[in-house]
Ligand binder design. Structure first.
Ligand code: DGJ
Length: 544
């Protein structure tokens, strides 16, 4: 059984009752359309210590003609994963892919009457939009209308057929651990659709049960949405009820209901965890990001409208990594990162998401690009802050491999500590130093992890901003530290036993579930404990 369950204070993915972390990579959009092409990609993933790949499967290839289904490609992909003892999360590229409809079948794309397009200008199915402020030219844009029940139903039939195929092929082996429904849903270029039907729906009364739900869930809402909901009259049209937030709330309501139609049809056939990924808002106005998609400000709306979705996933290409992770976890949503950039924070972010967020999935996009130059286009399109050199620099491939293999080797132990205070992490990007209190002359303190009776202070000297480490406590005064680019200081946190002496410091590796010690480092090394290159230390001490 594959489930999302509560463990301690976190929600975790479990396979037959055991927590599992998807140490994953997402392939480029087209790679998984060809199992032959995928051979090389699988091998790269194995060499990086990954246990899962995120693979698109498109509506157009699975239902090339209405009612004729072909699952031969996903079937081969599942066989390839099994040969390597790996897992898959399939990404259902149905009505939406990056807020467009490029993967809908030809018979859907060509039938504009039955499957209408979203109108950003009344009467027009395709419009030029300007979403990149720096670009002097616009982008031709079209996508399927989120108001079309007919489109949602056709997508749902195909998705249910796909889930039935998964159930029949994989319910026993459980190679496929989750499915992402659609890809980066929402409407670009505007706050809402403006067809005649859309105008009518916008002027019609807001459903009472929906409004009542929002009014009962304002505690975690984004400020402006909360203000709109708190001030909302008990009935009225969308603009009457939600004021300036009306367009986004309206779009989120309809996009999430469309997704629910698809997701629930699939879940009824095969009950796997279902996810949706998100093109982030980056603080912009609706339409500069796909309006209605699961940006964190509309999660309460998605909660109400799309109960079949288990997890909302941020695609993180922005510099504010921690801020996004915090936003996506503060309502109890588990951290599942299906896409992130391959610049030099890639490896340290993996350690941090496992150790700090007890994440469900960490998956760089186009992971086989790791080690290749991180291009200026990536910087531009993904909103990378070019003032931070670490965001401009590529991730070193051998370092990523080492960190990946290291995390994979520790997974059973790490997963066991998920949801508890025994597993913590710090990274240079997120926690370099804690500022001195009151701006006085006392020096800034290094960031630390607090384990009750002891604490571990971490500094990141010379790590070019990409140092990180996690600490796994396995006894009162015993732990493993896995990290890179960090200096480590242990201190007693017990007033009555203020001194701490090491009993054991050794480097080593995990394999086959056991610890294999290398050098014992009880000498000079304990004076300045550090991990320059990726590595694991086993540490035991006592307090007196
Ligand atoms: C986000 C999308 O979800 C992916 O499919 C891909 O297009 C990446 N952006 C980057 O190219």
């Amino acid at each position: 059984m594959i489930r999302i369950e509560n463990k301690g204070n976190k929600k975790v993915l479990t396979v037959d009752g055991k927590p599992f972390f998807l140490l994953a990579g997402e392939v480029h959009n087209s790679d998984s359309s060809s199992p032959a092409y995928m051979e090389r990609i699988w091998e790269t993933a194995v060499s990086m210590g990954m246990n899962t790949l995120l693979l698109p499967v498109s509506w157009e290839m699975t239902e090339p003609e209405k009612g004729r289904f072909d699952f031969s490609v996903p079937e081969k992909l599942i066989a390839q994963a099994r040969e390597r003892n790996m897992h898959i999360v399939f990404l259902w590229f149905g009505s939406w892919k990056n807020a467009e409809c490029m993967y809908a079948p030809a018979w859907v794309k060509q039938d504009l009457r039955r499957f209408p397009r979203a109108q950003l200008v009344k009467g027009k199915s395709k419009t030029e939009i300007r979403i990149f402020p720096g670009l002097p030219f616009g982008m031709p844009y079209t996508t399927l209308s989120y108001l079309s029940g007919e489109t949602a139903r056709a997508d749902a039939v195909a998705f249910a057929a796909f889930m039935k195929f998964l159930r029949n092929t994989d319910a026993k082996e459980q190679t496929v651990l989750a499915v992402q429904v659609e890809n980066e849903t929402g409407l670009l270029g505007a706050g809402r659709e403006v067809s005649v039907e859309a105008d009518e729906a916008f002027a019609s009364p807001v459903p009472r049960d929906f409004l009542a739900y929002l009014k009962a869930h304002t505690g975690t809402m984004a400020e402006d949405i909360r203000a709109a909901v708190e001030n909302a009259p008990d009935s009225g049209s969308w603009p009457e009820v939600f004021g300036s937030a009306a367009e986004e709330v309206f779009s989120a309501y309809h996009v999430s209901r469309f997704v629910e139609t698809v997701a629930s049809a699939g879940k009824a056939v095969y009950d796997l965890p279902l996810a949706v990924n998100c093109w982030l808002d980056k603080g912009g106005a609706p339409g500069t990001y796909p309006t209605g998609g699961p940006v964190s400000r509309v999660h309460e709306i998605w909660n109400f409208c799309a109960p079949s979705i288990d997890v909302y996933c941020p695609d993180i290409y922005v510099p504010q990594f921690k801020q996004v992770c915090d936003e996506y976890t503060r309502r109890g949503n588990p951290l599942f990162i299906p896409e992130t950039a391959t610049h030099s924070y890639c490896a340290s972010r993996m350690l941090y998401t496992v150790g700090h967020y007890h994440a469900m999935c960490y998956s760089p996009f186009g992971f086989d690009d790791i080690g290749k130059p991180f291009s200026a286009e990536q910087g531009f399109f993904f909103g990378v802050d070019v003032t931070d050199p670490a965001l401009k620099t590529r991730q070193d491939l051998s370092e990523y491999r080492s960190v990946g293999r290291m995390v994979q080797s520790m997974l059973p132990l790490l997963a066991d500590a998920y949801g508890s205070g025994r597993l913590q992490a710090l990274s240079a990007e997120t926690d370099s130093v804690i500022p001195a209190p009151n701006q006085d002359s006392s020096p800034a303190r290094p960031a630390f992890m607090n384990f009750g009776v002891f604490r571990v202070e971490i500094s990141f000297p010379g790590s070019a901003g990409t140092g990180a480490c996690l600490c796994l406590q396995v006894g009162d005064c015993e732990c493993y530290i896995a990290g890179k680019g960090c200096g480590i200081t242990f201190r007693s946190a017990k007033e009555e036993l203020p001194n701490l002496d090491f009993l054991l410091v050794e480097e080593g590796t995990f394999s086959d579930g056991g610890w294999h010690p290398g050098r014992r480092l009880n000498g000079d090394e304990t004076t300045l404990l550090k991990l320059d290159d990726p590595g694991i230390l086993h540490i035991r001490f006592f307090l007196y």
